[in-house]
Ligand binder design. Structure first.
Ligand SMILES: Nc1ncnc2c1ncn2[C@@H]1O[C@H](COP(=O)(O)OP(=O)(O)OP(=O)(O)O)[C@@H](O)[C@H]1O
Ligand SMILES: [Mg+2]
Length: 322
C-alpha cells in the first residue's frame, strides 16, 4: 500500500478506515467545552523532554489542558542513548532511523517499554487516567514495510487507522498514550511517531495536531515561520533548510490537515503553561491550516473549536514562510 498523503515523500499513507468522534464526557475534565470538543492529538518528541522534571511538568500541563487528548510519543534521543550503551551506532536517513534487527529490539524495548510506561506513570500521577499502547495494539495503526526498507530496514509506513479503540478510551475519560511501534505479518516495525500522530489526528478529525519538540517551530532564514497554508507547507518540504527530523514532522503536519484535522502546530514544549497556550492557538510556533476557501475536515470542528478565528489561516498570513 502506498501513500496518498500530500508531502509524504518518505511514505506514511493514511487510508483512514472511518472517522469517529467520542460521544461520552471526558471524565478527566467534565467541562461543557471538553464534552463538546473533538480531541487534540499531541505528539511529544523525545527531545521535548530533556531536562530534570520535564516529564512531570509535561504531565501537569496536559492535565491542565482540559480537552480529550491522545498522546503519541517519540523517544529518538533515548533510543540512541540505549543503542550506544549496547555498542550500536545510531544512523538516520532523511530524518528516519535506519533500523536493523538489533536496533529494532532496542527501539521497541525503549519506546513501547520504558518511554511509554514512564509517561503513563507521570500522567497518572498528575490525575489523568492514562492507558499505554503501541501503534499495533488493537489494530490501531495498520502498517506496511517502508518503501525504502532495503536501506531503512525494519521501518514501516502507516497504511491505515482504526480509531475505534481510541474512541472507546476517550469516551471513558481515559488518555491513550501511543508508542510508535507497529507490526506487519507478525513482525515488529519501527514507525516515525510524527506519522502515527498525523494519521490518528486525521482519522479522529482532531481539532489540533500539536507536534512538540525542542524547536520553537519551523525555522527558516533564522526566524520561526508563523502560519502557513497546507499548500505552502507542502512546498516548503523542498526547502533546503528543512532537514533531519523536521522533514517527517512538516510532512506529518500537512498530511494531518489534508486528512481531516482542523490544523497542526509545530512548537516547543516550553515549560509550565505552554501547552494550554498552544492548545488554544495562542502560543508561538508554526501553524499549518487548510488552504483558503476549503472547509475544515470535520463538521464538528467549526462548531467546537474554542478559538475559531485562530483555527484557519487568514489571507494576510499566507506566504509568511518565505
Ligand atoms: N528548518 C528547521 N527548523 C527547525 N528544526 C529543524 C529544521 N531542520 C531540521 N530541524 C531539526 O529537527 C529537529 C526536530 O526533529 P527530531 O526528529 O530530531 O525531534 P522530535 O521529532 O521532537 O523527537 P523524536 O524523533 O524523538 O520523536 C530539531 O531538533 C532540529 O534540529
Ligand atoms: Mg522526530
Amino acid at each position: 500500500m502506498r501513500s496518498a498523503r500530500p508531502g509524504h515523500g518518505h511514505g506514511g499513507a493514511a487510508t483512514v478506515s472511518r472517522r469517529v468522534t467520542p460521544h461520552e464526557p471526558h471524565a478527566a475534565t467534565g467541562t461543557p467545552e471538553a464534552r463538546a470538543a473533538t480531541p487534540v492529538v499531541v505528539k511529544l518528541g523525545g527531545r521535548a523532554l530533556d531536562g530534570a522534571d520535564a516529564v512531570d511538568a509535561f504531565a501537569r500541563e496536559l492535565a491542565a489542558c482540559g480537552a480529550p487528548v491522545v498522546l503519541v510519543h517519540g523517544g529518538g534521543a533515548e533510543v540512541s542513548a540505549w543503542l550506544e550503551r549496547a555498542g550500536l551506532a545510531p544512523q538516520f536517513l532523511d530524518g528516519l532511523r535506519v533500523t536493523d534487527g538489533p536496533t529494532l529490539e532496542v527501539a521497541a524495548a525503549v519506546l513501547a517499554g520504558l518511554a511509554n510506561k514512564r509517561l503513563v506513570a507521570a500522567l497518572r500521577a498528575a490525575g489523568l487516567d492514562a492507558v499505554g499502547l503501541a501503534a499495533l495494539d488493537g489494530g490501531l495503526v495498520a502498517c506496511v514495510p517502508h518503501r525504502d526498507a532495503d536501506t531503512l530496514g525494519h521501518v514501516g509506513e502507516v497504511a491505515g487507522v482504526d480509531p475505534a479503540l481510541l474512541a472507546t478510551l476517550l469516551g471513558a475519560g481515559r488518555v491513550p498514550v501511543v508508542a510508535s511501534i507497529g507490526d506487519h505479518a507478525g513482525a515488529l516495525l519501527n514507525l516515525n511517531a510524527d506519522d502515527v500522530a498525523s494519521a490518528l489526528a486525521g482519522a479522529l478529525g482532531a481539532r489540533l495536531l500539536l507536534l512538540l519538540s525542542d524547536t520553537p517551530g519551523l525555522v527558516l532564514d533564522g526566524a520561526v515561520v508563523g502560519r502557513v497554508s497546507l499548500a505552502r507547507a507542502t512546498e516548503l518540504l523542498g526547502h533546503p533548510e528543512v532537514q533531519g527530523g523536521m522533514r517527517p514532522k512538516l510532512a506529518a503536519a500537512a498530511a494531518a490537515v489534508a486528512g481531516g484535522a482542523a490544523r497542526a502546530r509545530i512548537a516547543r514544549r516550553g515549560g509550565p503553561g505552554s501547552l494550554a497556550g498552544e492548545h488554544h492557538g495562542g502560543a508561538d510556533g508554526t501553524e499549518i491550516g487548510p488552504d483558503p476557501g476549503t472547509k475544515p475536515g470535520a463538521g464538528e470542528i467549526a462548531r467546537t473549536d474554542p478559538a475559531p478565528s485562530a483555527s484557519r489561516p487568514g489571507p494576510r498570513n499566507e506566504g509568511d514562510a518565505s
